[in-house]
Design a protein around this ligand. Structure first.
Ligand code: NAD
Length: 463
């Protein structure tokens, strides 16, 4: 192992010298720089090297990234929990594995062809060049894995700007992926970052002329920042996913799915159930099944008030409690919960502050409404036009259709936990960059590529 590591170091040193990158610019030899401008320059050189490789070789790099991410899924999960103090280890391992295994690679890049009397035209998906990717603290390695696979598959290099509170974890993923790329025959610095990422560094990146596309994965502030940059930008922003339950639902399954989805990684995923809206006639059954499957019901008005004041701060989640366990949060207002409690539920009115705030913690308000139409109307209001994720439990096709049409979310999960929408248990590919605001939706390699036309006039049509 030590011999292998040394051999890789030697290769990196040699290539860096050949490329005449300042020797002390790259701190680790694996993509981490002191200075953002150096990180961008190095990625620019690496992208040019990437384009010299065949598609088959590019595919080999993606295979190597997947393997390295899978091999390190547990390390990444533990580092994320230790550094951010958010979420839980087991679910983070699953998220890392899903990002490694189910993010589409070069197979995502399909070519369109037009042929006729005037020849043959191809529309091919071609790289932007160097992409600036801003990543969240809630998925510090998952986003790095997912975006590295998709962006490199499309022929780009990536400069990452990780969230400062998760920097060691994100930088570790960047290092591991760089090592894997080099070992598989790719150039060093295909993904880069800075040792001390800050908003100022992110701003340098956003303004740099060699960054051709910005991708922001985070809350409303960063999405607004990239959309105001004057560059092409993809914004993957906040959500507030409602789970609607109507009277035709399989209530026990709905209750279990909601608790499973809401408690996953302590509710950190932007896709996780954030409020339940249930038709009154079945609400008591749903709540009782939720209790059976790990919900702790709070009914005392004073306790609900105290909890609300604790977790919501001026309409937003109290950052100190984001991603914490239900036991930790409730203990702050003097409530001890049983060891098997996964989520706290509380019955609230439709305009309660917990319904609109994106809490990202296992505290789940439940609102009762008269019928399914009222449930859909309130769910659309609670989702606030983020176009992110919604969940419905129903066996009535008309109700499912009506809700999915009215809510217009990128992800709509029917009769399952929310995480089925990112490929955990559901069919389809995975992504950790869900671009509702800018419309790409479930981003993958094809979204990190430009459509370019290649026209051969009056030839090669064999029809
Ligand atoms: P955040 O918005 O605080 O930070 C996200 C990233 O943006 C970080 O790297 C941060 O340093 C940077 N940033 C923030 N403001 C910036 C600014 N003005 N200029 C430049 N950079 C800036 O979010 P977070 O707490 O890390 O993550 C949680 C949020 O992200 C939630 O709202 C969640 O819904 C959302 N999220 C969305 C997706 C998606 O795919 N749509 C995925 C994960 C998380």
């Amino acid at each position: 192992m030590a011999v292998e590591a040394k051999a890789i170091e030697e290769i990196v040193k040699k290539i860096l010298e050949e490329m005449m990158i300042k020797k002390d610019a790259c701190i680790t030899g694996y993509g981490i720089f002191e200075d953002m401008n150096e990180a961008i320059e190095a990625a620019t050189i690496a992208q040019k090297e990437l384009l010299k490789l065949s598609l088959e070789q590019r595919g080999n790099l993606i295979t190597a990234i997947r393997k390295a991410a899978k091999d390190n899924a547990e390390t990444f999960a533990q580092m994320a929990v230790d550094e951010t103090g958010m979420g839980n280890y087991g679910d983070k391992v699953i998220k890392n594995l899903i990002a490694a295994e189910k993010t589409p690679g070069i197979e995502d890049l399909t070519t369109e062809a037009f042929s006729g009397d005037h020849g043959l035209t191809l529309v091919e998906l071609s790289p932007y060049g160097v992409i600036g990717s801003i990543t969240p603290t809630t998925n510090p390695t998952e986003t790095v894995i997912c975006n590295s696979i998709g962006m490199i598959a499309a022929g780009n290099a990536v400069v990452f700007s990780p969230h400062p509170t998760a920097k060691n974890t994100s930088l570790k993923a960047i290092e591991v992926i760089n090592k894997a790329i080099i070992k598989a025959g790719g150039p060093p610095n295909l993904i880069t970052s800075v040792a001390n990422p800050t908003i100022d560094q992110a701003n340098i990146m956003m303004k740099h002329k060699k960054i051709k596309l910005l991708v922001a994965t985070g809350g409303p502030g960063v999405v607004k920042a990239v959309l105001s940059s004057g560059k092409k930008a993809i914004g993957a922003g906040a959500g507030n996913p409602p789970a609607v339950v109507d009277e035709t639902a399989n209530l026990e399954k709905a209750a279990r799915d909601i608790i499973d989805g809401c408690s996953f990684d302590n509710n950190l995923p932007c896709t996780a159930e954030k409020e339940v809206i249930v038709v009154d006639s079945v609400a008591d059954y749903l709540v009782s099944y939720m209790k059976k499957h790990g919900a702790f019901l709070i009914t005392d008005k004073e306790q609900i008030q105290k909890l609300t004041e604790l977790v919501v701060d001026n309409g937003h989640a109290n950052k100190e409690l984001v991603g914490k366990s239900v036991a930790h949060i409730l203990q702050r207002i003097g409530i001890e919960v049983p060891s098997d409690a996964r989520v706290a539920i509380l019955n609230v009115e439709r305009n309660h502050p917990l319904v609109k705030a994106e809490l990202m913690m296992p505290i789940l308000p439940v609102v009762r409404v008269e019928n399914v139409d009222a449930a859909i109307e309130l769910a659309v209001e609670a989702e606030q036009g983020f176009r992110h994720t919604a969940i419905m439990h129903s066996t009535n096709i008309d109700n499912l259709t009506k809700f999915s049409k009215e809510i217009q979310t990128t992800i709509f999960v029917k009769n399952g936990p929310s995480y089925a929408g990112i490929g955990i248990g559901g069919e389809g590919y995975a992504t950790f960059t869900i671009a509702g605001p800018t419309g790409e939706g479930l981003t993958s390699a094809k979204d990190f590529a430009r459509r370019r036309k290649c026209v051969l006039v009056d030839g090669l049509s064999i029809r």
